[in-house]
Write a protein that binds this ligand. Structure first.
Ligand code: ZN
Length: 458
């Protein structure tokens, strides 16, 4: 495999060869776990994997001088929605239902291009992305991060993924909405329908599946405090995913929905931002369940958003409740030391707002949980979360760490991220920071995924 490096990005001509070696020399390593950087050393990559740290390289190895910079694992965003990029921020997620497949596909293609130049080498999609885009990336047709996908998110009628327009919701099964027809959402009521929906996702190539277990912010039909899915329905998804060696994830905000999810065997709770009872955090910790909070919901600036900040939209009042729970939530999450993955849950218009929402959440994480925990959440902890896919794991080697045998997903950054998260893109304000013009974070100088260099500004 050879790469042609233009000014910023490299064009991949073919797949990485199994014996191709790259030595990244003169670097200080943050391995995804440690409290400090290593002394100056090197990292040898052979094929798609890390071969060793501080080792001799074969003569034929391509040598990259890291210039004393920090080499760390590629970043992982554990909650994205590549196929839910809005038409217009004033209409929210329901507006996605008005888009044609070309618009959805083109926006998805655009959204996925944001990740690698920003240092994100893996994403986990929680609603609506099938294997098509991943296949194009993995085959080298387009460049992008590794993708873990849930397939169509499963929702009860009137649940968090019931985005039918009123004209489509006259009677149940009146007609599938655009989002259902495109396999982005699926409405399922009763054990049989949930089993079928789960199995259909697995048939399409989903690595795990997701169900809506309670009220959501961006949907209009479900009260935020609503409970969704019967215990039998949730259990049906857990059973069907377990039969295939993988797991079920659940959208759940408040205590009741979180506790039901834990009791039903869900392994990953998405959000949880309305949890107020210490018992809920204790249950999550005791069951070794993962929780992926989108901290953007806690940002005070969220109330300046054109959709969530507008009292004319039902989502405004839901978003406000989440917003008000931030301080208490962070206190309890720290107290109970629950497993947490870094996930941004961005469903917005435009590249610039998407960048700022993600970049600001890095700052929020740092302020809430400290830099080390933030970096671990973005790398090694998220790597463990990806591995919950078990026998369905499309990328079975380790992710998010620098150690022999792990995938060679690496970024080289100016400065020490343990001291300053800005070196991986953190910004001080969600809406008031002047957005970057390009997806590239300038202090991330080199991005390698699967042993292939995708960005090199050294
Ligand atoms: Zn989401």
């Amino acid at each position: 495999m050879r790469k042609l490096c233009a000014l910023l990005l490299c064009f991949i001509l073919s797949e990485v060869q199994a014996d191709e070696a790259t030595l990244i020399d003169n670097v200080r390593v943050w391995d995804g776990l440690s409290e400090m950087l290593s002394e100056s050393t090197n990292v040898l990559v052979i094929g798609d994997q890390i071969k060793g740290i501080g080792v001799d390289a074969p003569k034929s190895a391509v040598r990259i001088d890291g210039g004393g910079r920090t080499l760390m694992p590629g970043l992982i965003d554990a909650h994205v929605h590549i196929n839910l990029q809005f038409l217009d921020s004033s209409v929210g997620v329901p507006g996605a239902n008005q888009m044609t497949w070309e618009e959805i596909g083109a926006r998805a293609r655009d959204a996925i291009a944001e990740f690698l130049p920003s240092g994100f080498t893996t994403v986990r999609d929680l609603c609506g992305t099938g294997p098509g885009l991943r296949n194009l990336i993995d085959s080298g047709f387009i460049s992008g991060p590794r993708m873990y996908i849930s397939g169509a998110c499963i929702s009860q009628t009137s649940g968090h993924a019931d985005f039918r327009m009123d004209s489509e919701a006259v009677t149940p099964n009146f007609g599938d909405s655009t989002l259902e027809r495109l396999g982005i959402t699926i409405l399922a009521d009763g054990v049989d329908e949930v089993l079928k929906a789960t199995r259909n996702n697995l048939a399409r190539g989903a690595d795990f599946t997701k169900m809506m277990g309670g009220g959501g912010v961006s949907s209009d039909r479900d009260p935020i405090e609503s409970v969704q899915g019967t215990l039998e329905e949730i259990g049906a998804m857990v059973l069907a995913t377990g039969h295939y060696g993988t797991y079920g994830a659940m959208h759940a905000y408040h205590d009741r929905s979180v506790q039901r999810a834990v009791n039903a065997g869900i392994r990953s709770i998405e959000h949880g931002n309305l949890m107020v009872e210490p018992e809920s955090f204790k249950m999550v910790a005791d069951a070794d369940v993962w929780l992926v909070p989108a901290l953007g919901g806690f940002a005070k600036e969220l109330m300046d958003h054109p959709y969530y900040g507008n009292p004319a939209n039902p989502a405004h009042f839901k978003a406000k409740r989440v917003n008000d729970n931030g301080t208490n939530w962070v206190k309890l999450a720290n107290l109970y030391q629950i497993n947490m993955g870094f996930g941004t849950d961005i469903v917005v218009v435009g590249k610039r707002s998407s960048r700022n929402l993600r970049d600001y959440q890095i700052t929020q994480w740092g302020e809430s949980f400290g830099n080390l925990r933030t970096l671990k959440a973005m790398t090694s902890d998220n790597g463990k979360l990806m591995a919950l896919t078990g026998t369905k794991n499309p990328y079975p080697n380790k992710l998010g760490v620098i150690e022999p045998g792990a995938y060679a997903d690496l970024i080289l950054v100016d400065g020490n991220p343990l001291e300053d998260l800005a070196v991986i893109g953190a910004v001080p304000s969600m809406f008031k920071t002047i957005p970057r013009d390009t997806p590239s974070v300038p202090s991330i100088r080199l991005v390698m995924k699967n042993g292939v260099v995708y960005k090199n500004t050294l």
